[in-house]
Design a protein around this ligand. Structure first.
Ligand SMILES: *Cc1c(COP(=O)(O)O)cnc(C)c1O
Length: 435
């Protein structure tokens, strides 16, 4: 490994300095692991659940158990986790198309959604309607509106209530994106989102309009806390639906592909009709031998997320100490696994990505270089050397080639490999700067 003595020393200092932070992460991981084990036990997980089904997949006991386990682990009424979901974007589309009908409106309470959602909704990058004819929500006559987040972070309940009232009861879905994605704003905690969902319901009832479903893009947030946005706590329901990808946190670096939806019984049932078709819903779908990986991934997920969180904290400490702008800072409590590093220079951004790639278990001999990507205005450089293509619970890093040359770093299924990746990237950055 190409890691300098200076950077190794910095890592030792970081680990001493953050002992309490790491202990807190271990405590969360222990509690989440205990819940996963409890739910596995309640559902009597056994070898028989791993047997593959084919064809219609009717009576697949493992798949049905995974759906109950998904609900149980996230403390929701219902849920499903399926390998047939292609990506997080696909899972989000299933949720939205499941709930929205022509004439309805969706209201995003966290401003413009993640890039890949724009074409699903049928809006441009300013949030203006852009019906494409490709079958977006806009093509089906679903309106889009949004409200900005509060400047200090958090959902602006007042603005959301106002918008719901203005729409005269048309708002069927209030959409909340937990993680910042490629924006610079704080990530929402599960309890912030639960609180917002409860307030939004109360406000709708007060105004006498129909109560909207609160739908959460939960990507990168799972298992960073002991609570989730849709968790039922003391009999009180949180969000109606939360949605994510199995090649991020809840797949634990083991699931080969897939996504999940969890939430209230009716919302999940409606999403199931969209996943398959009305009538069949969640009762169909052959598991083709994927049940084992999904369950093993869920079992590993609390620990994998803890490793990714420690890796992110370490990156914040190391790159922060070297004088780069980092967000969040190394002491800040995290609700997602994303760490940004402002490299301030295109060569340094590329060096960070190359350092990560060089310390990866797969394709370590490859050297990432910036290139054009469909859907992006600027060139993008990406480091990804994981076992699952595109997996970002495995250590990965990318960034657009524009000011301030920010690297978005996430993942690390083992802290040891995550740490070595960060130290390799820091060494590469230092060497490039000296040139
Ligand atoms: C990853 C992500 C998605 C979904 O992206 P896919 O690449 O389709 O899995 C959606 N929203 C956010 C905030 C994300 O981070």
């Amino acid at each position: 490994m190409n890691i300098s003595d200076k950077i190794y020393a910095l890592a030792r200092e970081a680990e001493r300095e953050m002992a309490d932070v790491y202990a807190d992460i271990d405590r969360i991981s222990l509690e989440n692991t205990a819940r996963v084990l409890d739910v596995f036990k309640e559902n009597r997980v056994s070898e028989s659940y791993f047997a593959p089904t084919t064809g219609y997949g009717l009576g697949d006991v493992g798949r049905d158990a995974i759906d109950r386990i998904c609900a149980g682990v996230f403390r929701a009424e219902a849920g499903f986790m399926r390998h047939t979901i292609a990506s997080g974007t696909h899972a989000l589309a299933i949720g939205l198309f499941g709930l929205l009908r022509p004439g309805d409106a969706m209201l995003s309470a966290t401003g413009l959604p993640y890039d890949t959602m724009l074409e699903v909704i049928g809006i441009d990058d300013k949030g203006r309607p852009a019906a494409s004819g490709d079958g977006s929500l806009a093509d089906y006559g679903v309106e889009y509106r949004d409200t900005a987040m509060l400047s200090e972070g958090g959902v602006d309940i007042h603005a959301v209530s106002e918008a719901i009232s203005q729409a005269g009861g048309k708002v069927k879905v209030v959409y909340i994106q937990r993680s910042k994605g490629y924006l610079s704003r704080p990530t929402l905690s599960a309890s912030q989102i639960r609180g917002a969902a409860i307030e939004i319901r109360k406000a709708a009832k007060r105004m006498g309009v129909s109560v909207p479903y609160v739908v959460v893009d939960n990507c990168y947030g799972e298992f960073t806390e002991t609570l989730e946005p849709c968790s039922i706590v003391d009999g009180e329901t949180g969000a109606d639906m939360m949605i994510g990808s199995l090649i991020k946190n809840p797949g634990g670096g083991i699931a080969d592909c897939g996504g999940y939806i969890a939430g209230t019984a009716r919302a999940v049932e409606l999403a199931g009709y969209r996943l398959c078709c009305p009538g069949v819903g969640l009762e169909g779908g052959a598991s083709l031998g994927q049940n084992r990986n999904i369950l093993r991934g869920l079992f590993m997920a609390p620990h994998a997320v803890a490793s990714a969180l420690k890796t992110a904290h370490l990156a914040a400490y190391v790159f922060g100490s070297l004088g780069y702008g980092v967000y969040p800072s190394f002491r800040e409590r995290r609700y997602d696994i994303i760490q940004t590093i402002q490299c301030g220079d295109p060569d340094l951004l590329v060096a960070v990505c190359q350092g990560i790639q060089a310390a990866s278990p797969v394709d370590s001999y490859v050297s990432p270089i910036p290139s054009a990507m469909p859907g992006y205005a600027d060139q993008v450089v990406m480091a990804a050397g994981g076992f699952v293509s595109g997996s970002s619970i495995e250590l990965s890093c990318d960034g657009p080639l524009r000011e301030p040359y920010t690297a978005y770093l996430q993942g690390g299924v083992t802290y040891e490999a995550g740490k070595l990746g960060i130290l390799s990237a820091a060494t590469a950055l230092e060497e490039t700067k000296r040139r």
